[in-house]
Design a protein around this ligand. Structure first.
Ligand SMILES: Nc1ccn([C@@H]2O[C@H](COP(=O)(O)O)[C@@H](O)[C@H]2O)c(=O)n1
Ligand code: CDI
Length: 162
């Protein structure tokens, strides 16, 4: 009988909300008067998940693999970075068990967009949609997130090596 090794990782990201940028989370363009500021497309959800996966595999963090000083990642689609991360995990012998994430966002409402985010993430990680969960919370109008100055994401990922 072979046994599996399970490992867990967590990730966090926050980006400022500013005028003149698209709001992209989980690879979904969400209609809003502001978007997230960053070197890439600033998809905080995919960045937090990327860091959770890299953390679980003890492979460092997103900035180590995709530095924000590298012009190749200027305006980058974070789904490409997530897929590249998945390739790193696969090369190390890992597959994804499940991912859970919480978007902390005062406005706009995320709920209508979550099914498409889940579909994108599942596709990029090569798992069925029921292995991925995305949730959203306001910050009850408290602090910088509550004032709508930015959006933060927390994520956790379980990976396994058979
Ligand atoms: N940006 C958001 C924030 C929240 N939701 C949904 O609303 C529910 C209640 O949020 P509270 O912060 O008031 O607890 C939450 O469970 C989400 O379903 C959302 O869609 N988008
Ligand atoms: C994705 C990268 C690289 O373009 O840039 P940003 O979009 O600024 O995102 P962040 O989460 O601050 O850091 C990770 C960077 O490596």
């Amino acid at each position: 009988m072979t046994s599996s090794v399970f490992r867990i990782g967590q990730g966090y990201d926050v980006h400022a909300l500013v005028a003149g940028r698209d709001l992209i989370l989980g690879g979904v363009k969400i209609p809003h008067d502001k978007g997230l500021l960053g070197h890439s497309d600033a998809d905080a959800l995919l960045h937090a998940i990327t860091d959770a996966l890299l953390g679980a595999a003890a492979l460092g963090d997103i900035g180590r693999h995709f530095p924000d000083t590298d012009d190749r990642y200027k305006g980058a689609d974070s789904r490409i970075l997530l897929r590249a991360t998945m390739s790193l995990l696969q090369a190390a012998g890992y597959s994804v068990g499940n991912v859970d994430a919480t978007i902390i966002c005062q406005t706009p409402k995320m709920a209508p967009h979550i099914p498409e985010m889940v579909k994108n993430i599942a596709s990029d990680l090569g798992v069925a949609s029921d292995h991925i969960n995305v949730k959203a919370k306001t910050n009850e109008k408290l602090g910088h997130l509550g004032r709508g100055e930015g959006i933060a994401v927390q994520a956790i990922a379980l990976i396994r090596k058979s």
